[in-house]
Ligand binder design. Structure first.
Ligand SMILES: Cc1ncc(COP(=O)(O)O)c(C=O)c1O
Length: 395
């Protein structure tokens, strides 16, 4: 049975990921799992907090009727209100339950937003380095993507952002804390992004949404508060998730938050709710909604991730790698000592260390590692990192 040309092309484009995955399986089978140090996957390591388990048991015993049936597509009103209340406190913006749609995680949030915004051929501008799935989300929803380059410290190249926005641009997508770099865009950068988008709207007489993907917003290792986008552009929509902050990636629960000042907010909300439903998500899982409603101010123990970040950042810097210290998320994006990052990733594989080439994230010349792994894996990888760098330098 012939599959779609589009999906076949996407599968071929992503085949290097599959090859790397297969190589990891081969190495593990050949050398034993304890001798292979896999830093390639962004799977949250920390288990959900105790409050999650307590609440789960409570809900299991709860015999209240009508809790497992269809519901209003944007979610239980009391859950939306609880999310809004917490987010309003965190951001200082007056959100209410009507500004929230419960979803099946950030990927469902992003697909829902894009579906509501895009007509065939509409453009979405992505700030790089970026989470590679965005490209597929955009094309599945009839759009075309444009990539914006980065400057020092992985900050967006603002002139390139301006150049990439055209009369067909419907949205700009950003992700902070960022996968793959772990960088948090400071307030000044967020403000400048908003300004450049606003200027482009005036120039072209168009409307451009700023979509901000924030699944790592609560995994932050700096003392500064998180710079929210709401006040920097009226057409802002947050895509978020509890995959990482509560360690619930397999449970598929997250939300969309729209700026209360979004022009034509009612129409946009209606379009997103319709899209959530007709994309086949229908509504976020009922049990998970009720669960996370009471956990909005709870997170996994972030200090555990911070310890891992400090360990691997210090170790790689000591060995001689050029690394930007991540302020959040659980990734490092070191510079590849070889110009060809794919080749350097192969060199690391020969030393039993698995990481991902930066080219796959719009960051050629870098590689991504995840420190969301047991300490044993982080410690065990250092030898390979040391040997690979020495080998390249000796060439
Ligand atoms: C930047 C980014 N956005 C979205 C997602 C998808 O997250 P979710 O599990 O909430 O769908 C991920 C998952 O790794 C991610 O890294």
């Amino acid at each position: 049975m012939a599959v779609s040309e589009a999906v076949r092309g996407q599968l071929e484009g992503a085949s290097w990921i599959r090859r790397m995955f297969e190589e990891g399986i081969r190495l593990t089978a050949e050398h034993g799992a304890e001798n292979v140090f896999d830093l390639s996957l962004g799977n949250p390591l920390l288990e959900p907090p105790q409050e999650f388990r307590d609440r789960l048991l409570e809900l299991a015993r709860d015999e209240a009727p009508n809790t497992h049936r269809y519901m209003p597509n944007p979610g239980f009103p009391e859950v939306r209100a609880a999310v809004a209340k917490s987010l309003a406190r965190e951001s200082g913006v007056a959100l209410d339950g009507g500004d929230i749609i419960m979803t099946n995680g950030a990927s469902s949030s992003l697909n829902t937003i894009l579906r509501a915004l895009l007509d065939p051929g509409d453009e979405v501008v992505i700030l790089t380095p970026f989470f590679v799935e965005y490209v597929y989300y955009i094309s599945h929803n009839n759009g075309v993507h444009k990539l914006v380059g980065f400057k020092d410290g992985f900050m967006p190249d603002m002139d390139d952002l301006e150049a990439k926005i055209s009369p067909r641009t419907k949205a700009v997508m950003m992700n902070s804390p960022n996968n793959p770099t772990g960088v948090i865009y400071p307030e000044s950068v967020v403000a400048e992004i908003g300004k450049r988008i606003g200027d482009a709207e005036d120039r072209f007489g168009t409307e451009i949404a700023l979509i901000t993907d924030e699944p790592y917003r609560k995994l932050i290792y700096t003392d500064e508060s998180y710079p929210f986008v709401f006040k920097h552009h009226p057409r802002t929509i947050v895509a978020s998730s509890h995959s990482k902050d509560l360690g619930l990636a397999g449970e598929r629960i997250g939300y969309i938050a729209i700026n209360p000042d979004y022009p034509d907010k009612g129409e946009m909300m209606e379009a997103m709710v319709f899209s959530l439903r007709t994309l086949g998500f229908v509504n976020a899982p009922a049990l998970m909604q009720r669960l996370v409603a009471g956990l909005q101010d709870v997170t996994v123990d972030v200090s555990e991730y911070r310890k891992k970040r400090d360990f691997i950042y210090d170790a790689l810097t000591d060995i001689g790698y050029d690394v930007v210290k991540p302020g959040g998320a659980f990734y490092l994006f070191p510079k590849s000592p070889l110009e060809d990052d794919v080749e350097f990733v192969r060199t690391l594989q020969e030393k039993m260390v698995l990481v991902v080439p930066g080219s796959g994230f719009g960051g050629p010349g870098y590689f991504r590692l995840s420190f969301s792994v047991p300490d044993r894996v982080l410690e065990g990888s250092l030898n390979g990192f040391r040997e690979a760098l020495a080998e390249v330098r000796a060439q």
